[in-house]
Design a protein around this ligand. Structure first.
Ligand SMILES: Nc1nc2c(c(=O)[nH]1)N[C@H]1C(S)=C(S)[C@@H](COP(=O)(O)OP(=O)(O)OC[C@H]3O[C@@H](n4cnc5c(N)ncnc54)[C@H](O)[C@@H]3O)O[C@H]1N2
Ligand code: MOO
Length: 446
């Protein structure tokens, strides 16, 4: 486990007062480690979980050569170009049971989609292509070739071949694939637990009456949504007032109960701010000014946990967990800036990839779209900007993007209007109409 100072010393061009966004990613990759405990869960509980081991196909799927169509199976060697083929029906092969009769030249078997191909037959003519009279079938000339409409055993998955890889997040398709292999349970990395609290004397909890100078706590709900979508267990610690004793209790409780602690507020340079002091006192923490907008101030580090107090896994995992203790070294701290848009942007840019790494998931850099700017944008080189964008698709298939207007980092409604974040890179200057821009789409991430 490397200290903040060690990681910083090894990173080229590390300047905590003007940290390029790329360097933050590199720093966090050094800071966080995947948790190692695993458990077996039934498929219905596995959606979004991270596979703890490679899955090798115990069987071939499909298990036998079978028909892709309802029609007539025959030996395709009898097809002659330019000539129809007359066949006699000698049986019916239904899905679910193999048809065991013998088929001679000039004969065929009526077959249903998914039914096992009778021995010696390799071609299926769909029934709508044919003329049938009693037990006589005519295959018109040139409607198909030998081998058509036959699905091979193992063409989806072959027994003994890798089907899914460790670190894969289980999607609906992956659940179906595991089921197709006959596997009812799967070994996954234990769920990550992430604690969150909002800080600030001006922050009202829902239900409190409005008062002058105060705002309702929106960050807690946004972060809850972001974390839930990510598939982690959320430990909600509410709003914590800017008092040292309350903050200390909240940090200690959060670090004891969770693998990572996310806070919002109190990381800038304002007065009457005990949050930073408490982070410094309880942990090994770096305070940054990142060369980006929004999301400039941010604190990152590790809060030590007294092993006797460690409640992060006790009672959290079912008894099937193969190991639930000692798979972490303190709780990782993400001290996010208070502004609601800055919270979301720093989450997408830094926290989400770091949490995925802690969850044991394979790195999946977001796929960025390219879209033509509908408007000129002012942009200073030397910092990364994330502007809220609305991407539109045109009749000819091309994409364009416009901003949501006011880009203030307190304007949360802009995040609701937007369907993605326009990423203006560190060295990018002003943007002209028609310039191609990269957009990180929310679909899948938000
Ligand atoms: N002199 C400077 N002032 C500021 C700087 C700076 O570099 N020099 N940076 C600005 C930037 S950028 C940001 S972002 C903020 C970050 O400040 P803090 O992290 O200390 O956050 P607060 O001051 O507590 O809050 C900022 C803003 O966000 C509102 N807020 C906070 N928590 C919530 C919440 N849970 N729900 C809704 N809204 C919240 C809060 O009321 C403030 O309006 O500092 C700038 N200043
Ligand atoms: O960058 Mo602050 O994080 O603008 O709101």
């Amino acid at each position: 486990m490397k200290s903040i100072a060690q990681i910083a010393a090894e990173l080229q061009g590390y300047d905590p007062q003007a940290l390029p966004a790329d360097t933050v990613g590199a720093f966090l990759e050094q800071l966080v480690e995947p948790v190692t405990a695993t458990e077996r869960v039934p498929l219905f509980s596995a959606l979004g979980r991270v596979l703890a081991e490679d899955v090798v196909s115990p069987i071939s799927v499909p298990p036998h050569d079978n028909s892709a169509m309802d029609g007539f199976a025959f030996d395709g060697a009898q097809l002659v170009p330019g000539q129809p083929l007359a066949l006699k029906i000698v049986g019916t092969a239904l899905a679910g049971a193999a048809w065991r009769g013998r088929v001679a030249g000039g004969e065929c078997v009526k077959i249903m989609t998914g039914a096992v191909m009778p021995a010696g037959l390799d071609t299926v003519v769909p029934q709508e292509f044919t003329q049938v009279q009693g037990d006589a079938v005519t295959v018109p000339a040139d409607v198909l070739k030998a081998g058509d409409n036959r699905r091979f055993a193992g063409e989806d998955l072959m027994a003994g071949q890798p089907a899914l890889q460790k670190g894969q997040r289980l999607t609906p398709a992956a659940l179906g694939l595991l089921a197709s292999l006959g596997l009812g349970e799967v070994s996954v990395v234990r769920r990550l637990r992430v604690a969150y609290f909002s800080t600030g004397d001006e922050i009202l909890s829902l239900g409190e009456p409005p008062r002058e100078g105060a705002v309702y706590d929106s960050n807690r709900y946004t972060v809850f949504g972001l974390l839930t979508r990510l598939g982690v267990e959320v430990v909600d610690l509410g709003v914590v007032k800017d008092e040292p004793a309350l903050l200390e209790a909240a940090f200690r409780d959060a670090a004891a109960r969770a693998d990572a602690v996310i806070t919002s507020g109190g990381v800038s340079v304002g007065e009457a701010d005990h949050t930073k002091a408490m982070m410094r006192q309880l942990g090994d923490v770096a305070f940054w000014r990142i060369a980006m907008r929004p999301g400039r101030p941010m604190a990152v580090g590790r809060i030590a946990v007294d092993p006797l107090q460690d409640k992060s896994t006790s009672g959290a995992c079912p008894s099937s967990a193969t190991s639930s203790q000692n798979d972490r070294n303190g709780a990782i701290l993400f001290g996010l800036p208070g502004n609601p848009v800055a919270v979301m942007v720093t989450f997408f840019a830094f926290v989400r990839p770091a949490l995925l790494r802690m969850m044991g998931a394979r790195a999946e850099p977001p796929v960025l779209l390219r879209a033509a700017s509908e408007e000129p944008l002012r942009k200073k080189p030397g910092r990364t900007e994330y502007q809220r964008g609305i991407v539109a698709q045109h009749a000819d298939g091309t994409l364009s993007v416009r901003t949501t207007g006011n880009q203030g980092s307190g304007v949360l409604s802009s995040m609701v209007q937007a369907n993605g974040l326009i990423v203006l890179g560190h060295d990018q200057g002003n943007v002209a109409v028609g310039d191609q821009l990269s957009v990180m789409m929310f679909e899948g991430a938000v």
